[in-house]
Design a protein around this ligand. Structure first.
Ligand SMILES: [Zn+2]
Length: 174
């Protein structure tokens, strides 16, 4: 997202066939342009403005679980974001030591455009002496026809956005 599309009201601008020629027009009031006559992409950064991608991607809390077993206390918070399910686990040992883990789960059955959804991994960075972080697993699908390639790119872009949000919500703000 760029400064322009962050601030511009795309609902105020449309294109239409007016008297036999295509023209860009401005509605008299904000949001006055019908959905089908609005621009589909930001003219500055190229961001996809269509309903699906414009829909705000966010981390939604699903449930909180706690259990005691073998002298350990287990806490799990479950979230969803886009097609992923996130489990944030804390295992608290008797001596008070805590083991923190985040698991990012892809949809189990990945059919249609879901087949390109990449795996996202959490690394606590402990052994590398670095900050916790997420990484996106890459894989080769061989050669793809352009329609499939578009789906592939879309899934990777969404995964990047998911990582950005997870980093902000689950790592940076801890
Ligand atoms: Zn933009």
């Amino acid at each position: 997202m760029c400064k322009f599309c962050e601030n511009f009201d795309f609902g105020s601008t449309g294109y239409a066939n007016i008297l036999g020629g295509y023209k860009v027009y401005f509605a008299s009031h904000a949001g006055g342009v019908p959905e089908e006559e609005r621009f589909k992409f930001c003219p500055v950064c190229g961001r996809d403005l269509s309903a699906a991608s414009a829909e705000e991607m966010k981390l939604s809390f699903v449930k909180h679980q706690e259990a005691d077993k073998d002298g350990r206390h287990y806490v799990r918070d479950t979230y969803t974001i886009d097609e992923y399910t996130i489990e944030v686990d804390d295992t608290i040992y008797e001596d008070g030591a805590t083991y923190h883990r985040i698991t990012v789960i892809r949809p189990y059955n990945r059919i249609g455009e879901e087949r390109y959804i990449p795996e996202i991994n959490y690394c606590d960075g402990y052994f590398e002496h670095r900050e916790p972080h997420f990484s996106i697993q890459t894989t080769s699908y061989g050669s793809l026809e352009s329609e499939d390639y578009k789906l592939f790119l879309k899934a990777q872009e969404k995964a990047m956005k998911v990582v950005e949000i997870l980093t902000k919500e689950l790592i940076a703000e801890q």
